[in-house]
Write a protein that binds this ligand. Structure first.
Ligand code: ZN
Length: 326
């Protein structure tokens, strides 16, 4: 193993590559899948110097020529997964695959302004002076996000032939992001799950302005759906490979059910804004603007699901939205 290279063959011709991230979680796993003389890369890591150096060292370590990578498949558009897709497309000449909803988000990322102060205010978040508001993602991430324009758009149940009898079946799993996809390597039964089914942590699921209306409902439905897939090994983007995706899917469904009930308890006592519920439900620091935003959006996803289930009411007064349990 060379300096900085961290790879592990988790199954015949399936290599897990650990790439560093400058933030938590501190590692993202990308995967190389061999079929005959060609390789498919699943996710790319973030476009930092450290990550690119680690990736190139990994290729040398495994003995993969850059041009032997002919396909690059993104599970979703997030910076730690798809951030280096354009540099790697140029490096390898691979064809890029991504779900259309993710391609849309990747393009939008460069045009999103700073925080949506009006939306936050509406959900009870106290205002801060303009210099303490969140910057636009493009300014915050800069060159770390270099997304490729996909050559192929992924659709649910698509089967991408890799050669030598191997193929990748697309399992569309919206929730964490609208076009998130898991990929099932056949006939091996190896499931690449991106952020959908992480072994130790739960991915962010938030109700964002201009996003899907019921992201937590989508996320939970995707966990029912993934349980219908037959797989013997699960390859997550963060954390170690594991077995039994069904057990983990049931745990995640249960985790959100409990969190939802905790929030229902709070809003049964008195009507509350999403921000007030978030302060109680999550260990967020009120002076950390990013945590406040993410916590409020994640809380909203739960409150909106409760409302759709008929267990909460949403009332807007003087421009502020409060939820009340029934
Ligand atoms: Zn993600």
């Amino acid at each position: 193993m060379r300096d900085g290279a961290k790879t592990r063959e988790v199954a015949e011709g399936v290599v897990q590559v650990y790439l560093p991230l400058p933030m938590r979680p501190t590692i993202v796993n990308v995967y190389l899948v061999r079929a005959g003389g060609t390789w498919t890369l699943i996710d790319t890591g973030m476009n930092t110097e450290d990550s690119v150096a680690a990736f190139r060292a990994a290729l040398a370590d495994v003995g993969v020529a850059e041009t032997a990578i002919t396909r690059l498949v993104g599970t979703h558009h997030h910076i730690d997964h798809f951030g280096t897709s354009e540099p790697y497309r140029q490096l390898t000449h691979a064809e890029v695959y991504l779900h259309p909803l993710e391609a849309e988000r990747a393009t939008l990322m460069g045009h999103i302004g700073g925080e949506n102060t009006e939306y936050l205010r509406q959900h009870g978040v106290p205002d801060v002076p303009p210099d303490r508001r969140l910057p636009p993602p493009s300014r915050f991430f800069g060159n770390w996000y270099a997304p490729a324009r996909p050559d192929h758009l992924l659709g649910d149940e698509d089967d991408i032939p890799l050669g030598e009898g191997r193929s990748l079946e697309v399992v569309w799993t919206p929730g964490h992001t609208p076009g998130h996809c898991c990929l099932l390597l056949k006939p091996d039964g190896i499931l690449f799950v991106g952020d959908h089914l992480l072994p130790k942590i739960t991915p962010h699921v938030g109700l964002w302005p201009n996003g899907p209306e019921n992201p937590l409902g989508d996320f939970l439905a995707s966990h029912e759906k993934i349980q219908r897939v037959e797989a013997r090994l699960v390859c997550p983007a963060h954390g170690a490979v594991y077995e039994d995706h069904r057990r983990r899917a049931r745990q995640l469904i249960d985790f959100h059910r409990v969190r939802k009930l905790t929030m229902l308890d709070l809003i049964r006592r008195r009507p509350l804004t999403a921000y007030e519920v978030a302060l109680d439900a999550f260990a967020i620091a009120a002076d950390n603007r990013f945590q406040v935003m993410a916590g409020t959006y994640e809380t909203l996803a739960h409150l909106e699901l409760l409302r759709r289930e008929g267990r909460a009411l949403r009332a807007e007064r003087d421009g502020v939205v409060r939820y009340e349990g029934r």
